[in-house]
Design a protein around this ligand. Structure first.
Ligand SMILES: NC(=O)c1ccc[n+]([C@@H]2O[C@H](COP(=O)([O-])OP(=O)(O)OC[C@H]3O[C@@H](n4cnc5c(N)ncnc54)[C@H](O)[C@@H]3O)[C@@H](O)[C@H]2O)c1
Length: 447
């Protein structure tokens, strides 16, 4: 039997969740407070860049299983399961700001009360939240809907931007936190079509489920920070981090993924989730020393890349910088906490001219930098009269460029590569001055 599912918040998580649940046959009503966004979706426009989403989005709208509205009341009177896919941005002190989650919980509670809805409803928290949030949501709803029959489920989302549809359709695992057997059954039923490959659905208590998400992100961030620190060490002692990565990644206890050194992690999840976990642990009187170090190493990594470029610009009297890649990683238009932004901030503060290019992420960049930087029409245009090319995001199209076109634009054959996109041999052959991460710098001899 299809469920009537309300998805509240249609960002990267909500829109993918809603579309994929519609694709598996459910009737989905997506609610957002952003009227403009809802209008665009009603007209058939996908408001985010996420590979594979468009096809599913269009099909399910056409087949009347996917609808959009700003009207939460419509969802409460027609759905029995609500997925809260709301932002949980960092507060000033680093803790997760729960205002959106708790506001929607209260609104749903009030509407349940207003319509005297007595059948069982399930509120599923998909946002990334600190331990104890399920309890807060339960108290919030109970306070305004004393007669309602509801349960709260924590169902953290593990999708990766850029692979969100694939990850949702074939999750490595689904985590369901609930002590209510009826809700657990509904969740198993909803996720069954996505776990036919045998991947597990773990039903845990709410608190364990809440901890899972922060634990996963902190662990992944830890691998990145570990490799970044090791890269700096390799660079100093003359080793090559990529060779080290191949060698240690072949150990099945370590594995190959998330071992790439770079300019530091960014995005809408790792930075805020690491900080929120630290804050939540501090509140509980527990010190997470490793996680604290992960955060510090990341901040250092972002600034040390900038310092290297600054040193070169000072030495060469350069002032114009081409930047390839603005999104915090490839295959997304998301620029939240993007390392490119830290870099551009620093360059602008030094009075540099920045000529930027990204295949998808101009919208967020324009909001942040307006006309303070130039937005190039393609990757080669960004290089025109630039003193140095800096690669910040490893989009596929940057991997095998036409070097003649780069050279036609650049004043000097100098590349700072924050993602180790090119091999050292190639850059040495081509006569570039080439600085990457955790590998020896190539500095051609002056004739
Ligand atoms: N983006 C990711 O890769 C990812 C992955 C896993 C988990 N998460 C978590 O999922 C949550 C959502 O993340 P996101 O990236 O989808 O956020 P997002 O900012 O892209 O989208 C949130 C949406 O919620 C809407 N919204 C805000 N208040 C609302 C309200 N009162 N009623 C209805 N809609 C409202 C916003 O307009 C926006 O469209 C966060 O907690 C995040 O940490 C994100």
């Amino acid at each position: 039997m299809p469920y009537n599912v309300g998805v509240i918040g249609t960002g990267y998580v909500g829109l993918v969740t809603g579309t994929c649940f519609a694709e598996s046959g459910n009737n989905v009503l997506c609610i957002d407070i952003d009227a403009d966004k809802v209008q665009r979706m009603k007209q058939g426009e996908v408001p985010i860049y996420e590979p594979g989403l468009e096809v599913l989005f269009q099909r399910n709208i056409r087949e009347n299983r996917l609808e959009f509205s700003t009207n939460l009341e419509k969802a409460v009177t027609s759905c029995s399961i609500f997925f809260l896919c709301l932002p949980t941005p960092p507060s000033e002190d680093g803790s997760a700001d729960l205002q959106h989650v708790l506001k929607v919980a209260k609104d749903i509670g009030e509407l349940l009360h207003k319509h005297d809805i007595r059948e069982h409803v399930v509120l599923v928290d998909k946002s990334t939240v600190p331990v104890g949030t399920s309890e807060k949501v339960r108290e919030t709803v109970a306070a305004v809907a004393p007669n309602a029959d509801f349960s709260i489920v924590s169902n953290p989302e593990f999708l990766k931007e850029g692979f969100a549809v694939d990850d949702f359709m074939k999750p490595d695992r689904v985590v369901v936190g609930t002590s209510n057997e009826k809700s657990a059954e509904i969740m198993r039923d909803l996720y069954e079509p996505f776990t036919r490959n045998g991947n597990p659905i773990f039903v845990l208590n709410e608190k364990s489920a809440e901890v899972c998400k922060y634990a996963a992100n902190a662990h992944l961030a830890m691998r990145i920070s570990f490799m970044n620190e090791l890269a700096n060490y390799c660079e100093t002692v003359g080793a090559n981090i990529d060779d080290v990565r191949y060698a240690i990644g072949s150990d099945s206890r370590i594995g190959k993924k998330f071992l790439y050194a770079g300019v530091g992690y960014g995005g809408s999840c790792f930075p805020k989730d690491v900080r929120a976990l630290l804050h939540s642990a501090k509140d509980a009187g527990v010190e997470l020393k490793v996680v604290q170090a992960v955060e510090e190493a990341n901040a250092h990594q972002k600034s040390s890349f900038l310092e290297k470029i600054r040193a070169y610009l000072a030495e060469s009297n350069g002032k114009t910088v081409a930047v390839w890649g603005l999104a915090f990683k490839p295959n997304t238009d998301d620029t939240r906490e993007a390392p490119a932004f830290t870099l551009i901030d620093g360059l602008l503060a030094d009075g540099c001219t920045v000529q930027a290019y990204d295949p998808e992420a101009f919208e967020g960049t324009q909001v942040r930098f307006g006309d303070k930087i130039t937005y190039a029409s393609d990757m080669y245009a960004a290089c025109k009269n630039a003193d140095v090319l800096v690669i910040v995001t490893e989009w596929s199209e940057f991997r095998n460029p036409d070097f003649a076109k780069i050279e036609a634009g650049l004043n000097n054959k100098v590349i700072f590569d924050g993602r180790n996109v090119f091999s050292l041999d190639k850059m040495a052959d081509k006569g570039y001055r080439y600085h990457s991460i955790g590998r020896p710098a190539i500095i051609p001899e002056v004739e």
